[in-house]
Design a protein around this ligand. Structure first.
Ligand code: ATP
Ligand code: MG
Length: 183
């Protein structure tokens, strides 16, 4: 699956609906300090299921909702959408039949968070499951953040093994086994 588009509204500094398109294999995001470059990466990790405020550089989970600025009032909800080209049918399970897969997440100030896959209301687990073993996920290695290289270099064996298992594609099966054992 190839990432083609990111849509944000009410997410951090992106108060108005904004589309970021990725037309080719390589895209660069440039701009002055504080213009929202890192917020774009936060949006990608958030829509894929990241819910820990500190991982999103905030104090509370609602900190991802636009909180107002000198000229604009705060908004009541954040929404992020990720579009993937699935024309090769690589997505697993029921999702393989769709030419495009859209992952969406909404959050309001009451803390209600909801996830959608192609407009179908799903659980966070369904989103996590779709990307397990692909290297893309809220904390997987497709996104290398500041400090992550040193985290890998200094990782304890157990933590390092998690990265290796994701690369080898076995995390998905381990997760399935864990679920079965917990039933
Ligand atoms: P740098 O080049 O310094 O890394 P950057 O382009 O990565 O900068 P970001 O960290 O993405 O910048 O954006 C920071 C900006 O986002 C700050 O101005 C901050 O006030 C704004 N911001 C973060 N959360 C919110 C929010 N909930 N509501 C409104 N603005 C927000
Ligand atoms: Mg930054």
């Amino acid at each position: 699956m190839r990432l083609t588009k990111l849509k944000l509204a009410g997410f951090k500094s992106f108060v108005d609906p904004t589309s970021v398109v990725f037309p080719g294999q390589l895209a660069g995001v440039v701009g002055p300090n504080g213009c929202g470059k890192s917020n774009i990466i936060d949006a990608v990790r958030w829509v894929l299921g990241e819910s820990k405020a500190s991982e999103l550089r905030g104090e509370s989970i609602q900190d991802v909702i636009f909180k107002g600025s000198g000229t604009r009032k705060e908004v009541s909800r954040a929404s992020v959408e990720l579009h993937f080209d699935n024309s090769l049918g690589r997505a697993t399970g029921q999702w393989s039949q769709y030419g495009e897969i859209v992952v969406k997440r909404l959050l309001d100030r009451e803390g209600n968070s909801s996830y959608y896959l192609n407009n179908l209301h799903v659980r966070r687990r369904d989103v996590i499951d779709l990307f397990l073993g692909t290297g893309l996920g809220p904390r997987a290695y497709a996104i290398i953040g500041q400090g992550m290289i040193s985290r890998i270099v200094e990782a304890k064996p157990d933590e390092l093994r998690m990265f290796l298992e994701e690369a080898a594609g076995v995390t998905k099966y381990k997760e399935r086994r864990r679920e079965t054992e917990n039933r």
